[in-house]
Design a protein around this ligand. Structure first.
Ligand code: HLD
Length: 525
């Protein structure tokens, strides 16, 4: 794909479209290049400052537009057209500082505004401005999180925030780490579970396990669980999908049946993943009942709360969904989803301290010397399978300081209230909309019913017709730029819309707009 559209049909370079030129540098600065700012020009601080302040102007306009409902969510172009609209070529010679500013402006012009109140397409929506300020600082500090030596304050912050999150889970002690995404967090849980049961695996490898390891997860789980089985040598056939009920929750009796079946075969059940907030339906597996089974059979219980974890902050919504969570051995929880921290911010927590280090430590002598000036337990880098680790803590710490734990609780309760509002609006317009199920989280799943299908009893064949409409409406909303809502099929039904309310910017008015807009876009279908 790359490169194909970067030249015109005749092979000559394509001129980028005029990018509104709203950010002029002074005449003398505009023609300068990277060689005229710090560090190559040691006298270049004034020019550096002018350049960076203009970049901030570009960013501030983006922040303003993101919150302006009269501005589009996106300006959609097909890739072929996008290649023509924006010059992405890497030049041989430096471009001017003015050109770099224009590049920044043009890049944002065509970027989807994921913080727009009408962007409801992903589990992570919104633009928390305090968290964003934290991300700006993080970029400027530009450090690696592997040693206290080069990130002292950030490392201490990490210990404070991770402890707070473990307390919210219900643990005293334990250990945690920030990981690059929920999928990798789940992988860390898998690795720790295997290490706990077979500590010799680290040195001896596959031959140290006499038997076939099997793991369990519901058929609604995030695909990263299955990916652990593929990546870690079990094979996906040994990631056993436990059936879920009609609301997408794992059926504990089925889990127990499948565990017993594996034991009879001589296999080794060692890991159960319970999902707290499934990706599509937002369902919660019954943690307490699953924990009973795990305790009975000596199986590690992991909770994938990447999506639903935010509810741990809410006294109103924590129970019964998270009841029993403290019985788990590990929990994945992504603050970049319900809590609105900027991407990305993913955490994995362990009840037992010491497992991460003993599982993953390689003791690289050039980085993790044992005779350092300070307490080397603060060198977190050897707890992980990565080397470089991005600083994802500062934006969360700053955001948490800004809101206080109470502010986060208010946010979570508000998002749940908005989801309930949407459900009620859908029910009130039952001629136009069909609610697929009562949501447990902020995922609202529904079909739009165009006039020609109204008044016809609901049936599997009608579902097929409703499913065909979803991609057409989605295409139209992207072309119109007014809204972004996701759709997908699942194993019980054809395409349906899944609306996510995880942004503090959303109001009841935006929900009303969404329902009116889908009707406007789809009523001729
Ligand atoms: O795995 C997913 C992660 C995210 C996210 O971090 O926003 C799936 C989705 O979102 C999704 O929207 O389905």
């Amino acid at each position: 794909m790359t490169g194909s559209g970067q030249t015109s049909a005749t092979g000559s370079p394509v001129k980028s479209k005029n990018p509104d030129y709203k950010y002029p540098l002074s005449a003398q600065t505009a023609k300068l290049t990277y060689q005229d700012i710090l560090p190559l020009n040691e006298e270049g601080y004034p020019v550096t400052k002018e350049f960076l302040q203009r970049v901030v102007d570009v960013l501030m306009d983006w922040v303003k537009d993101t919150h302006d409902r009269s501005r589009p969510v996106l300006e959609f172009h097909h890739p072929d057209e996008m290649w023509r609209l924006i010059d992405l070529e890497i030049p041989d010679q430096p471009v001017t500082l003015q050109k770099l500013i224009d590049d920044c402006a043009l890049t944002l012009k065509y970027q989807v505004k994921t913080g727009h109140p009408r962007f409801m397409n992903q589990l992570s929506c919104g633009l928390d401005l305090v968290s964003m300020a934290g991300e700006w600082l993080t970029a400027t500090a530009n450090t690696n999180m592997f040693t206290y030596e080069i990130a002292p304050v950030f490392i201490l912050m990490e210990t404070v925030v991770m402890k707070k999150m473990r307390e919210l889970i219900g643990w005293d002690g334990g250990d945690s780490i920030l990981a690059p995404g929920g999928s990798i967090s789940n992988l860390y849980a898998f690795l720790a579970a295997r290490h706990k049961m077979f500590p010799q695996y680290k040195e001896k490898g596959l031959t140290s396990i006499k038997g076939q390891l099997v793991m369990y997860t519901s058929d609604q789980c995030h695909y990263s669980i299955k990916s652990c089985a593929a990546v870690c040598g079990l094979g996906t056939d040994n990631c056993i999908m436990v059936p879920s009920d009609e609301r997408g929750r794992m059926i504990p009796q089925e889990l127990e049946r499948l565990v017993r079946e594996a034991k009879l075969r001589g296999d080794i059940p060692f890991f159960v993943n319970a999902t707290a907030g499934t990706t599509v339906l937002g369902a919660f597996d019954p943690i307490d009942q699953i924990a009973d089974i795990c305790e009975k059979y000596g199986i590690w219980l992991h909770i994938d709360a990447a999506w639903g974890g935010g509810l741990l902050l809410s006294k109103k919504h924590r129970h019964p969904k998270f009841t029993g969570v403290e019985r788990a051995q590990s929990v994945t929880w992504n603050p970049h989803k319900l809590m609105g921290a900027l991407l990305q911010c993913s955490t994995i927590h362990f009840k037992e301290d010491g497992l991460l280090i003993s599982c993953n430590q390689m003791s690289a002598e050039y980085l993790f010397m044992t005779d350092k000036l300070y307490d080397i337990r603060y060198d977190t880098g050897d707890k992980v399978i990565q080397c470089g680790r991005h600083n994802d803590i500062f934006k969360l710490w700053l955001q948490w300081r800004a809101k206080g734990t109470e502010g986060f609780e208010k946010l979570i309760d508000r998002l749940m209230e908005l989801a309930e509002y949407m459900v009620n609006q859908i029910k009130a317009q039952s001629d136009k909309y069909y609610l697929i199920l009562e949501p447990e989280l902020v995922n609202v799943s529904f079909w739009y019913i165009p006039p020609r299908l109204r008044g016809i009893p609901h049936s599997p064949s009608k579902e097929q017709d409703l499913g065909k409409i979803c991609p057409i409406i989605k295409g139209r909303m992207m072309q119109a730029g007014t809204l972004m809502v996701g759709y997908q099929p699942d194993d019980r039904r054809p395409n349906f819309f899944r609306n996510i309310i995880s942004s503090a910017a959303v109001t009841e008015g935006d929900i009303d707009f969404l329902l009116a807009e889908i009707d406007r876009l789809g009523n001729d279908l």
